[in-house]
Design a protein around this ligand. Sequence first.
Ligand code: GCV
Length: 672
Amino acid sequence: MNYNQCWLNYNPISNYPDKEVLSDIAIFTGVNKSSAIIENAVNELELALKRILNITINRQQHIEDAKQADAIQTGIILMITNSELKDEGFILKQEGNRILIQANTEQGLLYGTFDLIRRIAQGDRIKELDIRQNPKNNIRILNHWDNMDGSIERGYSGKSFFFENEELLVNDRTRDYARLIASVGINATVINNVNVRGAASELVTDRYLDKLRTMADIFEGYGIKLYLSANFAAPIEIGGLSVSDPLDKDVINWWDKCVRNIYSKIPSFGGFLIKADSEGRPGPFTYGRTHADGANMLARALKPYGGLLIWRCFVYNCQQDWRDYKTDRARAAYDNFIGLDGKFDDNVILQIKNGPMDFQVREPVSPLFGALKNTNMILEVQAAQEYTGQQRDVCYLIPMWKEILEFETYSKSGGSKISNIVSGNTYNQLNCGMAAVTNTGNDYNWTGHDLVASNLYGFGRLSWDTELSSEQIAREWILQTFPQDERVHNAVLDILLKSWSVYEKYTSPLGIGWMVNPHSHYGVNVDGYEYDRWGTYHRADRDGMGVDRTVKNGTGYVGQYNEPNASMYENKETCPEELLLFFHYIRYDYRLSSGKTLIQHIYDTHFEGVEDVIKMAKDWEGLKGLVASDIYERVSARFEMQLSNAKEWRDRVNTYFYRKSGKNDEKGRKIY
Ligand code: GCV
């Protein structure tokens, strides 16, 4: 095996107090005898208990009679019940010498089992357990941007473990991937890039369906649905039609047949994810049709089989003229989709990036979340750190995602936080949830940087329960990843919790974003996107910088928010400072609430950011000999890269703004 098991390594724990209740396992009534899910759950328990506590369990399977099972006084009992739980929910409780895992479905039992394992792996007591859990979001999905040649778009941890040379890979890693993501509650995955090109268009055809079936079966055993990104122009590219017009009869028939064929081979198939009319991808605009026309056509093909159609809202003009101060990319998702609210079928879900631009280190939330009222939505975040250090720099993203989820949109009176909107609670919808562009590849440690496996772990846990705190998630991950040692736990926790703000300090200031090298998006280049066509500008001149997005004088973007958010952003005095340059053009001598001028704030944060990285690297160095040497070496090497990146950002940003503004650093530090 050329990879580790991340948080499923199941490190041994000494002196665990509740060992005595963890011997036998009984499974009874309601459970399908040949259920792959139950088999997987019990195998996992067996493995975990052996490794963590050196307990060999004694399996007693399939006790058909409920009364008989109820009489069992010791061990772990997995029990199908009929309780007031969602399909995937579970109850976990300790009664005397037994632990009961109850759920209405086998999938619920799997999640209950993983929850129990998680507690034991962290060394938590299981005496007096009395837990009832339902997932907050029904859809908890990963998006892989894996290409069929084995490369990964924005992949920073090796190659794809799904594809190689236009073929599918199905092997041990497929199962271990499923275990990993199911253990944190993820229940769906899209295995191929949303930019569907070449052979990937054929994934929906017989060329690949048998192998996909094998993969889907493995996933199904862990409660995970397989989805595919599909090419909107597939009827032309592989179907031999002359158009892919969503209202064309032949096109409709082509997709119907294609989908029927998929379900005949893969009955558990989840559905399609579509990127259309975006960054050069084909879509309904070519035929003068709307996104609703396009999405509904595909959704109707999927509907008879219970399939879902996920349609991305990342649609904007990527041919902008930088001289044009009125066109604003930030407006695009809202402008393109608001008029379609209520026009999508029930099994269509709009997938909306967390911010209006593109996964920058700091953005406001997309105003679409507070605007659509009759449309299913999925919140899309990016665990792959395209703009947040590319898994060379550590950046624990859960605090960012928490802020987004906690944002009050004022879409409906009585509370309409993003977490409630995307969970479907606010508008009583079922087909909603969270998606993460994932950060995995075939590297030994799955995520390149060992510490950022916490983002994958955290996405799963947060999408299951959006109320969990960033700190709790980090603690859980640390306790399951590293051996028992408080020094390690405290140091890693400290590094993770400050890493996002450290990254923000040494990169682009106060919400303006970008300033990265074109194409690669790693490393500093202040004007890298300034005179380009992508709509991503900082507008710095000798007096100040920032984009005026106000209604009064700017692009009007602010008007896409509900009150009182719109007024808050419109006025620079009430605009949250961390987003000041996103919403306003600000003079370098403007005083921030700290009393510092904008320019001094830029200098200070950039010097501080580098100092913080030095401190983090030093804290990590202190763990030499306390963490496994391979992890120690890998992370140390990443800190070296991060430090050199941070210095480069500091010096270029400070020098750039010093030269633009002519203003000295009050502290007289070195600026070039
Ligand atoms: C998959 C950004 C990235 C692209 C990505 C795109 C998207 O533009 O740089 O690599 O394409 O977002 O989300 O579709």
